[in-house]
Design a binder for this molecule. Structure first.
Ligand SMILES: C[S@@+](CC[C@H](N)C(=O)[O-])C[C@H]1O[C@@H](n2cnc3c(N)ncnc32)[C@H](O)[C@@H]1O
Length: 195
């Protein structure tokens, strides 16, 4: 029982992990065999002001471990565009059936075109879980450059990665970059807050 509780608080139980392992075996870009822990999700979401109507871009939502919390906390007029390459996860996201959630089955490299097609202006927050370390440096810069341009002046880019490798890249696109660790995650997670 105690062991089950430990696994549960780290989000390593049942369908979430089964889904990640299944998708990871077919698609290395999934980059994880278990969803992000609820501690990391909470820490990232603390940076978001949910009292306003907001627009969020979510990069690499996976099975929606962040998306569900965002939908729960957001106002009825707030919206998310979730961009996910893995079609298995896309099916799970679409099954949430929320009219505040737009799911796109493509790479975040297309983010500027997606935002334009949806007639969104600038966005309030970008939350990113994609494995930047798997991408060539030019692609990392391209995504970060597009992201910085899509954010409002007071907007925030929030990224979570299993290492601190992203900071020098972020510093080239954002004025302020802070990092914090969440150790209650397997493996421990580095959270980046870029403005
Ligand atoms: C480490 S998992 C994080 C999943 C989930 N957000 C979580 O916190 O558990 C990375 C996710 O990014 C997706 N992904 C990887 N590269 C991507 C890309 N270029 N564009 C969109 N999604 C991508 C993967 O399919 C996977 O769902």
């Amino acid at each position: 029982m105690i062991r089950y509780e430990c696994l549960h608080i780290y989000n390593i139980t049942s369908m979430g992990t089964v889904s990640y392992i299944k998708n990871f075996l077919k698609d290395p870009r999934v980059a994880s065999v278990t969803p992000t822990s609820r501690f990391t999700v909470e820490k990232v979401c603390k940076r978001i002001d949910f009292s306003n109507d907001i627009r969020i871009l979510e990069y690499g939502p996976g099975d929606g471990v962040f998306t569900r919390v965002l939908l729960d906390k957001m106002t009825p007029k707030s919206k998310i565009i979730a961009i996910e390459t893995n079609s298995g996860f896309v099916e799970e996201l679409e099954s949430m059936g929320s009219d505040r959630l737009i799911v796109k089955n493509t790479s975040v490299e297309q983010v500027d075109e997606i935002v334009k097609a949806e007639k969104w202006g600038e966005v309030d927050y970008i939350i990113s879980g994609i494995p930047f370390s798997f991408l060539e440096e030019t692609k990392r810069h391209d995504i970060l450059d597009k992201s910085a341009h899509l954010l409002k002046d007071e907007g925030i880019f929030l990224a979570y990665q299993t290492s601190a490798h992203l900071k020098p890249f972020l510093k080239q696109h954002f004025k302020s970059v802070r990092t914090t660790m969440e150790y209650r995650n397997i493996p421990p997670m580095c959270i980046y807050v870029a403005k």
